[in-house]
Structures are given as C-alpha cells and as structure tokens.
Design a binder for this molecule. Structure first.
Ligand SMILES: [Zn+2]
Length: 282
C-alpha cells in the first residue's frame, strides 16, 4: 500500500506535455513544475522516439523539475518494444502511462507511475485501485465535472492532475486516411490537416509515427477564466497539452496560467471549450 498522500489545498503546480527538447526547455523556463515528455510522437525518422529525453531530464535536474516519459494511450503490441528500447537508453524521473499494458511492460524501469486520462477514473474506488497498484498521481476522466473532481480529490489516496488547457484528442484511428494508397508513414509529411463540418467547425488531424490518425476537438480547452474554482478543487497539477504546439505557445500559456493562479483576471481571444468541467455527462 503506497503512502496515502492527501490532496492539499495549496496552489497547484503546472504540468506540461511536450514533444521535444525545445518545448521542454520552454516549459521549464516558463515555470512548469512537471514535464511529461511525449517524444517525437508526430514525427518519425531519423530520430528515436525519446532521443531528447535525457537532455530534457538533465535540464529538469538543474532546475528541480521532474521530467517524466509520457507513453501514449494506445500502444499496440508491435509498438511497445520500440518504446521500451527507446526508453532504455534514456534517463527520466517517472512514467505517465496510458494503459495497463505499457504499465506492465515498463514496470522494470522501477520509476514512479502517473496514470493518464485514458484510465477513465470516475470515482474513488478506481483511484484506490490504481494507488494500490502503485500509481502516485492519477489523472481523472475528462468527463468529470469540476465538482466531481473536487469530491474525488477529497477521497483519493493519491494526488490528482487535470488537463486544463490545449488541444483535446477526440479520436484515434488505427490506420491513416492514406492507408488505401499504401501509406508507409508518408502521412506525416502531409499533416497536420483538418476536416471541417457543414457548420464550419474544423477538426485538426495529426498523424503519429505509427501511421495512426489523431483527430482533435475543433475547439481547444481552457479553464483560464475559472482558476479559483480549479484551485478550490484540490488538484495537485494543472496540465497544459503542448504536444502539438510550438515552444513560444507553451511559454506564453504558462505565463498566463502563472498570472491567473496568482489572482490576476486573464482573458484571451478566441473560442475555447470548458470541456465537461461545468456540464457533466451524468
Ligand atoms: Zn499513414
């Protein structure tokens, strides 16, 4: 049974998902308290998936910022050996895992485990189960209302992290749209693309290094205008999704959240979604 660390009411830290060293550097310089390094998920050759992880980790060491490796939520059997091989050459502080399979395969690394959104934690029983299995931070389901997140934080034996800002993935397909034309990773030179519906909503599409197609929500998430309520919920980490973004966006977004958490009223132009945080699914 892990140490039962209750969520605290102190200001949450900012966590950022990043794809490369430049973005990790921007996040660390911007005051991030935790880095989830996803590696070159949306690119392929010539680099290893996690080729820049150790450099990001070393910078994190200097600044006292943990750098975790982020493993995708969908990891087919043929993908896992590549991930394990790539990680075996790197240094990192922990793992953000997206499913039980990668957790099982990567437990040999003996690093702290955080669980991702895809574990779809909806209640404290699920949080208990994951904590007993060794998770030290859980990311509750994106479909929880903020009031339910608050309830979960009070009952969870381990701290929680919620996604507060950035592009949200709606769907992943096993094959990219160029599959019938014999695509062998050429899709990545075509992307990112977007598909638009009749109402004019456009959905960004990214192709990953395994030829999967990731379709994102037409609007990005932002809880910038609700940080008092987010702070009151008791979450430990607020996560910014920067995997598809440039370092300048990451730095700017972190600045906005740091100012917002300090009490400044922040408004940003553009249309955003608040997800289900104020409009639940149950
Ligand atoms: Zn493809």
């Amino acid at each position: 049974m892990p140490f039962r660390e209750r969520a605290q009411m102190s200001d949450p830290k900012l966590a950022v998902t990043v794809s490369d060293l430049a973005s990790a550097t921007a996040a660390i310089n911007g005051g991030a308290g935790l880095i989830y390094f996803s590696g070159q998920v949306y690119k392929r050759a010539p680099r290893d998936l996690f080729s820049e992880l150790t450099k990001a980790w070393a910078l994190g060491q200097e600044r006292g910022v943990p750098v975790f490796a982020h493993v995708e939520r969908i990891t087919e059997n043929h993908v896992l050996p590549e991930i394990k091989e790539s990680l075996s050459k790197q240094q990192f502080d922990g793992l953000l895992v997206g499913n039980f399979g990668s957790w099982e395969l990567l437990k040999d690394f003996e690093r702290p485990i955080h669980t991702d959104l895809s574990f779809n934690v909806f209640n404290s029983w699920a949080a208990d189960l994951l904590a007993q299995a060794g998770a030290s931070v859980i990311t509750p389901s994106l479909e929880l209302q903020l009031s339910q997140v608050r309830e979960l934080c009070q009952l969870s034996p381990v701290p929680t992290s919620i996604v507060v800002h950035g592009p949200l993935e709606s769907m992943v397909t096993k094959h990219c749209m160029y599959r019938d034309q014999g695509c062998e990773y050429q899709c990545q030179s075509q992307g990112p693309l977007e598909i638009c519906d009749k109402k004019g909503y456009c959905f960004p599409i990214y192709f990953d290094r395994w030829c999967h197609m990731h379709i994102f929500n037409s609007r990005e998430l932002s809880l910038l205008g609700h940080l008092d309520q987010v702070k009151a919920s008791g979450v430990r980490y607020l996560r910014i999704e920067g995997r598809t973004k440039e370092p300048t966006w990451i730095r700017r977004t972190l600045d906005l959240y740091r100012r917002g958490l300090a009490g400044e009223h922040i408004e940003i132009p553009g249309e955003f979604t608040k997800g289900h945080y104020f409009r639940g699914v149950l």
